[in-house]
Design a protein around this ligand. Structure first.
Ligand code: SF4
Length: 162
């Protein structure tokens, strides 16, 4: 959750972004090797899916809803157990790094019900504040660059003239 756009209270009441359908499991947050070490310390039973140097969390389906997978780092009462050390994609959600015409860009996911109600100027200002760091991180870990989902709106382009 990106502070500056969404408050901790607003986020705590939703957690839509910590829940995945089976078809979205490859879109779960990228775990860097450093973060995997920290997760292993906090949650020794956590298993990972290896992806050429980075990882995904191995999630299990809900017992009463086999098509739904909650992130294993989600405490259903208190939120993400990683706090300020959560994966980069989670820290910038509902923004995501994507590509537009071959250039890096920041898109706003249409799936966040809270961001959808925020003023456009606030959305743009917040996206501009995270853009440089997000582009830098995406160059280091290209797996962070996700296809622009249907309905997502590109807010910032890396080399766009202002
Ligand atoms: S790492 Fe934390 S913020 Fe990210 S999906 Fe899991 S519980 Fe949610």
């Amino acid at each position: 959750m990106i502070s500056g756009l969404i408050s901790a209270e607003e986020c705590a009441g939703c957690r839509q972004c910590c829940k995945f359908a089976y078809t979205d499991l490859m879109l779960t947050p990228l775990i860097t090797p450093e973060l995997a070490e920290e997760i292993r310390r906090r949650l020794p039973e956590q298993r990972f899916i290896s992806r050429e140097g980075t990882f995904l969390l191995r999630l299990e389906p809900e017992a009463d809803d086999p098509g739904t997978y909650y992130c294993t780092l989600l405490d259903r009462k208190r939120g993400c157990i990683m706090g300020s050390r959560k994966p980069f994609e989670c820290a910038i959600w509902p923004f995501a790094v994507t590509e537009k015409e071959g250039e890096l860009a920041i898109a706003l996911s249409p799936e966040c019900p809270i961001a959808a109600k925020k003023p456009e100027a606030q959305i743009k200002r917040t996206a501009e504040q995270i853009a440089d760091r997000a582009f830098e991180e995406a160059k280091k870990y290209p797996e962070l660059i996700k296809p622009c989902p249907p309905g997502a709106k590109v807010i910032v382009e890396e080399h766009a003239e202002s």
